[in-house]
Design a protein around this ligand. Structure first.
Ligand code: NAG
Ligand code: NAG
Length: 164
């Protein structure tokens, strides 16, 4: 009898927990996808981007220096970017593909927040993580450089005011 009461009491407690409006787990991980076209071969572009990420390492101490190189292969760069307060991390990946036209390179770059949040809007953090690399490295001012993204691939692009 005691056991039965306990079971009933417990199921009542559990029942009422389930009846509460559960705090909805925030389902979004903000991200930005962008494509870059360069009039140079991919190995040259990759070297420039890796150098830029390394010179934006936290130890350097500049305002935008919150990048950490995770891995590099000839086809792929992975890096992390952390907010200045260290609370937020975004993971960056850049994949390289030679273009049909010889001597060109297409890069597919993605920055994605590690934490889930209540909104896909990130004030342009993920866009700027990518954009700052091509501007700071000078790649974006090369002739025939092209950056292609839009609100579907990079929801916050319209709100972004990047450092550079
Ligand atoms: C890329 O271009 C550079 C010259 O800008 C050249 O020295 C290098 O050999 C090329 N690499 C490949 C893999 O084509
Ligand atoms: C990059 O960020 C991910 C997710 O927070 C973490 O698991 C990983 O250890 C980080 N890598 C480096 C080299 O900081």
């Amino acid at each position: 009898m005691k056991t039965l009461l306990l079971t009933l009491a417990l199921s009542a407690v559990c029942g009422s927990i389930w009846a509460l409006p559960a705090p909805t787990p925030a389902p979004y991980r903000a991200f930005c996808k962008t494509m870059w076209l360069f009039d140079a071969n991919c190995s040259d572009i990759s070297i420039v981007l890796v150098k830029q990420i390394q010179s934006f390492a936290p130890e350097i101490g500049c305002e935008m220096c919150h990048y950490t190189l995770v891995s590099v292969t000839p086809q792929y760069i992975m890096a992390n970017h952390t907010s200045p307060d260290g609370l937020y991390t975004e993971m960056i990946s850049i994949a390289f593909f030679p273009t049909m036209v010889p001597g060109g390179c297409r890069a597919s770059a993605v920055s994605q927040s590690v934490l889930f949040s209540a909104s896909l809007l990130d004030n342009g953090v993920n866009y700027c993580n990518l954009h700052n690399l091509v501007t700071a490295s000078g790649l974006s001012s090369q002739p025939d450089f092209l950056e292609m993204t839009n609100e579907w691939a990079c929801l916050s692009v319209g709100l972004a005011t990047c450092g550079m």
